[in-house]
Design a binder for this molecule. Structure first.
Ligand code: SF4
Length: 211
């Protein structure tokens, strides 16, 4: 670690161990590192911690690496999420040091922010805006969160992605602790009509009431 690395810091809002509840990595335990802040402001965002000033903690690179190491010793799967991890300054430096510690790194992103570090092992792209220049091959899976109301703009993005990417998930947006029946039915109907191009994701952590 050099001096620059020692003064590098990261704004985070949560760090916890749980089981991945959605997408192709479902069921695997991860240490979840949630970054504070996001350049987007989706009106239905279900991650309020990332913009609450009281949840913001700034950790130096050293402290963050030590905290991750001690959090769940022996668990080498790390999931970077947010907020927006791609918007974190020095993400590439953090990823480099995590790889030196033999971590397997997953990241969930809206695709808006800085460049994607090469060493990310698994990338979940959850588009919230058009991303015409996003390198399709870089996303291991693509996920859309559907609400109860039909959204023609989002429908067009889903159609675009499902014709170009082999792993596109539809996931209903929960409203608090209530199962989103209408949104789930929208996802179900679209998956059925997709000729096998779309998959249904139902967030098992919500059912288990775990983070
Ligand atoms: S991109 Fe994600 S974290 Fe950012 S505002 Fe939208 S839903 Fe929230």
């Amino acid at each position: 670690m050099n001096n620059d690395d020692a003064t590098t810091s990261f704004a985070i809002c949560d760090l916890f161990t749980s089981v991945q509840g959605e997408g192709a990595q479902v069921g695997k335990p991860f240490v979840f590192l949630r970054f504070w802040g996001c350049p987007l402001a989706c009106p239905w965002c279900d991650e309020p911690k990332h913009r609450n000033p009281h949840t913001r903690r700034v950790l130096t690179l050293n402290t963050l690496l030590d905290t991750l190491e001690q959090h769940t010793p022996g668990l080498n799967h790390i999931l970077l999420t947010g907020g927006e991890p791609l918007a974190a300054n020095y993400l590439d430096i953090l990823v480099k040091h995590l790889k030196k510690r033999n971590k397997w790194i997953a990241m969930e992103t809206s695709g808006i922010g800085g460049p994607i570090p090469d060493a990310i092992d698994w990338l979940t792209l959850s588009p919230k805006t058009p991303l015409p220049h996003f390198p399709l091959e870089r996303a291991n899976e693509v996920k859309f969160i559907l609400g109860a109301e039909t959204d023609p703009i989002q429908e067009a993005w889903i159609d675009w992605w499902m014709m170009r990417h082999p792993c596109v998930w539809l996931q209903p947006r929960w409203q608090g602790t209530l199962f989103p029946t209408v949104a789930a039915n929208r996802c179900y109907q679209k998956v059925l009509a997709s000729q096998g191009r779309l998959r249904l994701s139902l967030q098992i952590h919500k059912w288990l009431n775990i983070p």
